[in-house]
Ligand binder design. Structure first.
Ligand code: SAJ
Length: 420
């Protein structure tokens, strides 16, 4: 049976690109979101998130009638759920949005439908979703009840795209397909093959759930290693960037880069799902989270020392000293400030510092609300001309282009090794 109509529930950073890519392959896609504004924006052919190359694909899909958004689920051959899975108090996973999505689609399910969970989830979430669906539809059978004979096929297929490269990675990356039964996996693979150039690698739902968490935990642990080295090197008066570059000359060593901390919506969150379910075993994963979360406070301490040294040298009062923070985004060359360690550090500095705090962020036009009254957004040139202390937080390409011999400041805290 071919897939004619697909429904994507949750039209955010993953759902909207996924809906758009299916629509670009001339499948009828019904996007569902509880946010009426997002629905209206998409139905006008516009987008409410920032992602390179997404706007044109959505525009064409809407204009040609392949993509339509709505707040109410409608019948379809397959449903893909891509809603947020944040953590709540105590770093416990919060599946409320998955539950609402399951309850919202349950009334329109029909025999033969495929339901896929894409949201990053703790192990067992897919089985839990299947239970919610079964409770709402006692007239249908589900894989946990009758295995391969189920009316509704269910799989966990995590997204693994890199923000900023979503439209390429969505198509090129291999896809882990975790069906609740082999038939569920086979059907889900058939769906993704509509656009996928990478391979569909089939497994079960629980392995696929842990696989997604493992990928992001691997990166978090490796970044924590680099961040820990940066602390050790500061104490030993060794340049951490040189150290890592030298160590990486070894054929089996590949250390990542330290920074002001780890941000974004995935790497700083997902490892906690493993820790929450395995508090005794996940010692390294927990420690990595703690190391990375502590980094912004360590950077603040470095800035405090640097300011103290500058006061001694300049004979100025603290209130006369200007600090400039370079970068607010959660990683280079994007405008996404959510969950950004650079933003956290800037806020800590601006709240502590009695003099002027300047911020430079070439990817935004206005001082963010969180920094209103605390810091002023200026250009690279203005910051370099006015500041006594420079704090490098994000290695945007515009900052890498600043020649270090043009800096008149001695007082520099460089968390990204741009001015090493
Ligand atoms: N970072 C460092 N040092 C590094 C690399 C990154 O400090 O050497 C920092 C970044 O500055 C940023 C944070 O880590 O603050 C995360 O950035 P990222 O580029 O590593 O990852 P994300 O959050 O943009 O996307 C990740 C990706 N996961 C992996 O690379 C394993 C992506 O493939 C996932 O799809 C995405 O999480 C997700 O949605 O889970």
């Amino acid at each position: 049976m071919t897939f004619n109509t697909l429904s994507v529930v949750g039209l955010g950073y993953i759902g909207l690109p996924t809906a758009a890519v299916f629509a670009s392959r001339k499948k009828k896609v019904i996007g569902v979101d509880i946010n009426q504004q997002a629905v209206d924006t998409i139905n006008r052919g516009d987008i409410h998130i920032v992602e390179p190359d997404l706007a044109s694909v959505v525009k064409t899909a809407v204009e040609e009638g392949w993509l339509r958004a709505t707040t109410q689920p409608e019948a379809a051959d397959a449903f893909l759920i891509a809603v947020p899975t944040p953590f709540q108090e105590g770093h416990q996973p919060d599946l409320r949005y998955v539950q609402s999505a399951a309850q919202a689609i349950a009334p329109v399910l029909t025999k033969g439908n495929l339901v896929i969970l894409e949201s990053t989830s703790p192990v067992g979430a897919t089985e839990q979703m299947a239970e919610w669906l079964a409770a709402a539809r006692p007239d249908l059978t589900f894989p946990q009840q009758v295995g391969e004979a189920a009316d509704i096929l269910i799989a966990y297929c995590p997204e693994r795209v890199l923000p900023g490269q979503v439209m390429v990675e969505l198509i090129k990356n291999d896809r882990v397909i975790g069906g609740m039964t082999p038939a569920c996996s086979a059907r889900a693979s058939e769906l993704y093959r509509i656009f996928l150039e990478g391979e569909c690698v089939e497994t079960n739902a629980r392995t696929a759930e842990l696989c997604k968490l493992t990928e992001n935990s691997f990166r978090d642990v490796n970044i924590a290693f680099a961040n820990e080295l940066s602390l050790i090197c500061a104490d030993q008066n060794i340049n951490v960037w040189e150290l890592i570059a030298l160590a990486n000359r070894h054929p089996r060593v590949n250390i990542l880069q330290p920074g002001p901390g780890v941000g974004g919506h995935c790497i700083a969150v997902d490892p906690w799902f493993i820790v929450a379910q395995n508090p005794q075993q996940a010692r390294l994963i927990r420690t990595a989270r703690e190391v990375n979360d502590a980094k912004p406070h360590w950077v603040l301490d470095q800035v405090k020392k640097c300011v103290a040294d500058s006061l001694t040298v300049s004979n100025k009062r603290a209130s006369e000293l200007t600090v400039a923070c370079f970068g607010l985004a959660f990683k280079p060359n994007i405008d996404d400030l959510r969950e950004s360690p650079a933003m956290a550090v800037t806020q800590l500095i601006a709240e502590w510092h009695t003099g002027t705090t300047l911020v430079v962020e070439p990817n935004i036009a206005q001082t963010p609300a969180k920094l209103a009254g605390l810091a002023t957004l200026v250009s690279v040139e203005q910051a370099l001309a006015r500041a006594d202390v420079l704090v490098m937080l994000v290695d945007h390409r515009e900052f890498r282009a600043i020649a270090s011999d043009t800096l008149h400041q001695q007082a520099i805290v460089d968390t990204k090794g741009v001015w090493r």
